[in-house]
Design a protein around this ligand. Structure first.
Ligand SMILES: C[S@@+](CC[C@H](N)C(=O)[O-])C[C@H]1O[C@@H](n2cnc3c(N)ncnc32)[C@H](O)[C@@H]1O
Length: 228
């Protein structure tokens, strides 16, 4: 069953690539426009990194944003059409590579080490432990992992507050989303156990708020490697 969810998750990012690219570039997602894009950029800039790896980079907006700040950015993603969009939207930098999370460790020698690894709304599957363990091979000494994800309290949406697969239909994101996306809902307790299981130490956690409703929009977490 879990395999079916992961296959459909993967398929959705192939099938919805054009629609997702338009939604991001036309700034149709209010929470991104008002809160989460700025939150992740500020969190990265505060770390003053030279090299950043954007894991699950999508159509590449974050890598392009970082290059504007003089940061060397590399983006990886399993979706070939999204990587194609990312490449079309930039010149020789940032660099993008088709790479599923299962290939991260084997690709590490080619990718090199990074001061910051960033996952912006991109850790959507279960199990995630192998991916988080593989990330240690990509981080430089004293490097950091930054994860922004849906706030579990908001994403719970009156359903039970328990880990489990949910479905995103992208309603309200515009036209063209032909495939629903299964994603794995995690409670805060589950995120924190996952980090301690996989050798990541929480440095800080932020809950960016919607400016009008003052509801939390995302969870933003900074982690350091226990291997360092
Ligand atoms: C919600 S989008 C976020 C994209 C980008 N980080 C952003 O902020 O716009 C999730 C991304 O994660 C990627 N992704 C999901 N599971 C993946 C996996 N197992 N390996 C590589 N990429 C994956 C998808 O292809 C998609 O681009």
């Amino acid at each position: 069953m879990q395999r079916d969810h992961r296959e459909q998750l993967n398929l959705s990012w192939q099938a919805n690539a054009d629609a997702w690219t338009a939604a991001v570039r036309e700034k149709r997602i209010e929470s991104r426009r008002l809160v989460t894009d700025a939150a992740i950029i500020q969190a990265i800039l505060a770390l003053a990194p030279k090299r950043v790896l954007d894991i699950g980079c999508g159509e590449g907006w974050l890598c392009r944003g970082l290059v504007e700040h003089g940061i060397e950015a590399v983006g990886v993603d399993a979706s070939e059409p999204l990587i194609a969009e990312a490449r079309k939207a930039s010149g020789s930098t940032p660099k993008y590579r088709i790479c599923g999370y299962a290939e991260l460790e084997s690709q590490a020698p080619q990718l090199g080490r990074f001061d910051v690894l960033v996952c912006n709304f991109a850790l959507l599957e279960e199990p995630l432990a192998p991916t988080l363990k593989a990330m240690h091979s990509l981080i430089s000494k004293d490097g950091r992992l930054l994860i922004q994800t849906l706030h579990p309290w908001r994403a719970c949406n009156d359903a039970s507050y328990r880990d489990g697969w949910r479905v995103e239909t992208f309603a309200g994101f515009g036209e063209g989303f032909s495939e629903p996306m299964p994603w794995f809902f995690r409670t805060l307790e589950s995120w924190l156990s996952l980090f301690s299981e996989t050798g990541w130490r929480l440095q800080w956690l932020q809950e960016p708020l919607h400016p009008e409703s003052e509801q939390p929009v995302s969870l933003l977490m900074l982690l350091s490697s226990e291997n360092n």
